[in-house]
Ligand binder design. Structure first.
Ligand code: IPE
Ligand code: IPE
Ligand code: MG
Length: 252
């Protein structure tokens, strides 16, 4: 386990490439998703052991409902199974002290099956007082939907006279995001060769460093995370400024 001069405070991971991984092996796509869940478990444990305070894993997007019903059902069945296993292995997870949170549109009456919503809310409640790494799992999550939800919340406060429209601040908007109170992701990792965010953490990633890899998610290893962290520690983050220290050759 390497030591890095600067560790991200929050890593977002787009777990992509499960379908292609399965196809390469002549397996049904569901097998790729199953393999992807195992990698999620390994990588979350490794990142927590490295001392990363916050992680967000993109598991299912608001757009993924467009997939064939059989694939959606297989993914929902995997969520169910994972939640049951997490409950069964609670003693072991207790030691890990992950603070598991689910982010996304998980209101009852929506497309996510009610029994899954109940199980994941129960899992969150059990993990509420944990103080180690926060592990957000994004299910039925969309960045635009999240911003819309935050805007509606601010509009409702304004309509009730609790907020003046012209004074709505970034902090007011952020208070309505699922990740309220958490640091913004400073590193976003996307395996599978796609160079896009696919509606992931759109507001929060304004200044995130992006890291892409051709590795398919089920093949992603601790070593790949190390490589991303090494690259991250070499990035020069400026946030619109000229950098610190300013190059001495610049004079105005
Ligand atoms: C990511 O893998 C998992 C979900 C989106 C649920 P994909 O299923 O998108 O895998 P590819 O991109 O088809 O290989
Ligand atoms: C993004 O992957 C969503 C998740 C990994 C959960 P997709 O496979 O859905 O993204 P696109 O369709 O290639 O942009
Ligand atoms: Mg994909």
């Amino acid at each position: 386990m390497a030591a890095y001069p600067s560790l991200p405070q929050h890593i977002g991971i787009i777990m992509d490439g499960n379908g292609r991984w399965a196809k390469q092996r002549g397996l049904p796509r569901a097998e790729g998703h199953k393999a992807g869940v195992k990698v999620f478990e390994r990588i979350s444990e490794y990142a927590a052991a490295l001392g990363i305070p916050c992680l967000t894993f993109y598991a299912f997007s608001t757009e993924n409902w467009q997939r064939p019903a059989a694939e959606v059902q297989a993914i929902m069945a995997l969520f169910r199974r994972q939640l049951d296993e997490m409950e069964a292995r609670w003693e072991e997870n207790e030691r890990k002290r992950f603070r598991i949170r689910y982010i996304g549109d998980l209101e009852p009456g929506g497309p996510v099956p009610e029994d899954i919503i109940r199980k994941l809310r129960d899992m969150e409640a059990r993990a509420r007082d944990k103080d180690k790494t926060i592990v957000n799992i994004a299910v039925n999550y969309g960045g635009r939907q999240e911003i819309l939800r935050a805007a509606r919340r601010a509009a409702a406060l304004a309509a009730h006279g609790a907020l003046r429209p012209e004074e709505i601040s970034e902090a007011d908007l952020e208070a309505g995001l699922y990740t309220a109170g958490q640091p913004a992701p400073d590193l976003i990792i996307r395996p599978s060769g796609e160079l896009r965010l696919s509606n992931f953490l759109l507001w929060q990633s304004a200044y995130a460093e992006l890291w892409f890899s051709d590795v398919l998610w089920p093949d992603f290893t601790e070593r790949d995370l190390d490589t991303a962290l090494e690259d991250f520690s070499r990035r020069h983050r400026r946030f619109g400024d000229i950098g610190d220290p300013p190059p001495s050759s610049l004079s105005f």
